[in-house]
Design a protein around this ligand. Sequence first.
Ligand code: NOJ
Length: 755
Amino acid sequence: MKNTLKKKKYYLAILCVVLVASLPAYGAMTKKSKTKSIEQRVDSVLRLMTLEEKIGQMTQLSNPNIPTGPTYISVEKASNVALIREGKLGSILNITGADLTRRMQEVAVNESRIKIPLLFGFDVIHGFKTVFPIPLASACSWDMAAIASAERVAALESSAAGLHWTFAPMVDIARDPRWGRIAEGAGEDPFLGSAIAKARVQGFQGKNLRDDASILACVKHFAAYGNAEAGRDYNTTDMSERLLREIYLPPYKAAIDAGVATVMSSFNEFNGTPASGSKFLLTDILRNEYGFKGFVVSDWNSISEIITHGAAKDKNEATIFAMNANIDMDMQNNCYPKKLKQLVEEGKVTVEQVNKAVRRILRAKFELGLFDNPYKYCDSKKEKSVLLNKENLAKALDVAKRSIVLLKNDNLLPLSKTAKVAIIGPLADAPKEMNGCWAWYGEQSPVTFLSGVRNKIGSSHLIYAKGCNINDATTDSIAYAVSVAKDADVVVLCVGESGDMSGESNSRTSLDLPGVQSLLVKEILKTGKPVVLVMTNGRPITLGSLNDSVPAILETWQLGTRAGDALAEVLFGDYNPSGKLTTTFPITIGQVPIYYNHKNTGRPNIDGKRQGYNSRYIDCGNFPQYPFGFGLSYTKFEYSDFKIDKSSMAKTDKATVSVVVKNTGSYDGEEIVQLYIRDLVAYGVSRPVKELKGFDKITLTKGEQKTVRFQITPEMLAYYDLNLKKIVEPGDFSIMVGCSSADKDLLKLNLTVIE
Ligand code: NOJ
């Protein structure tokens, strides 16, 4: 009798959830009542769940056929299905396809007791099927609309393939190009990195998560993962809280302010504590200080790795650390599913901690609209029409050409379409290498440089030789390449790295061109033919003396599906290159870490010359090969008339600077105007020699000029004082405007801030 009553109550409750979940008036509610309603719905689901089912929601496992990390857990595909049926999985990663995700979702919704829809996650890092330039490349566009549009296409395509959630953007600041994951971020600058973080989140998530084709973004890796010692992936990170706050945290914060739905914790230890067990990072800063309300997923196995770090003796301890830090979902650790129940029963983790995590996860599922329509993204007809469609491919071309940076041009580019062109090099016709890291699900036949140029100028005056492989010692083909070069008017020499030399776990100790590619370049140069060096790489490369010997260099990074078309547009002048570096190119690896916003030191090297007792190497200056913010155009931009509307301002006031930029060359073009500020004296604290505080990308036709204005706000002048409190202090500031971060490219004026 009692049992029957219990059962009745249970079915009544289920009915209520279903009824509430299918409220048709949902969309018409106001924002406030919608939030309230989601909270009520979350609570009503939570009330029905057993502890096991709650832990199930906190568990994410990978499709075992597509692991994106070391696989310690041997789960067969079938057992994933079994786990879904038992309510023991809340999310799956690395599974795609409208049909497959529908089948999995059907199991969750029809066959599990609790009927909670699954979340399907995937690393959609720079496009899904249509591959966009690697993030480091698209960052060089400094074009927030273009960057957001790339992520919108990524969201359109991945949602059409059943996905709800991307593990992007990676916003880790990187100052060390040995670190392979520099390719996945926006470069070295916190201000630009923050703007890009916001654009990417908005691109993925759209205006509203409930909208069709919005996917959850996941800002990663929290925190400071990009500071891996010696550039070796997964290595220790140890830094002052000042450095953390000034340089590493701002882009995560910007993503959170932009409404990012999820955060991923990082692999590294941070100041002695593994980040995935760090209460300081994940609770004190992320939750309490930043007010992040979404859910946190661990990185792949990063909770278990607290044990390997030596900071927990077993999975029980690791789980407690992760739970106390507020990690809500366990990605492929098998810690929560195996240990959490017992820990709750023993009172080592509280039910309230579990409830908190489950609430956050359920909230995201509600916000996406999955309780109303779990098959929202499971439409195979749509999948066919969206993936790689014309519009997406056009966007990929647009972003790719904006990502290219012209590093050098001694009057060689653009090329004439009637010239006899030799395309030479191991990257000239290498489809696989155009995509770079994290694109194994993307289109695998991107337009190569050879086919892009052929599409542009035809094949009658185009010749090709590979010259050598990317990364081995074989020199047999160089002689033939030299003979091909001799037969041409101009050589387009395509060199660089393979796609798998950057990205996760692909750090290098050398930044030189791999294999015998430098030798190939030298031999081709001996022919006396003009050479355009086309670089394909996921990090800055050191070219050594070749920088001086080649007349033109184009940095193309890894441009994705439309790589060859983008290069051809730039080579032949149909698009005037406008990209600027977002990471410093060192002269030699010995200068690393090298970045523009460095400190002055007590003994700065002023003129670049070697003198005793100042901060300089005996065998190399401090200047980089190419500075942050640098990039040329086929036209010329002149900066003049740099003015400020007041020479002194109160610390709560604003000032406006203006500069006239004129296109004095013979091409229409786009320029990225950059604003830097230096706080000349801060009480007791040293400040960087300059910090980017604004930028504006403008278009100028031949002969046209524009006045660019920047408002100087108190926020731009603020710094963390001796107590790490952000303040604006009276004093002198140097305000700089120009075309790169190099002093010689900047106009300067002074601003005095008064009480
Ligand atoms: C490990 C990587 O660090 C992370 O960025 C990625 O999202 C996960 N694996 C899932 O593939």
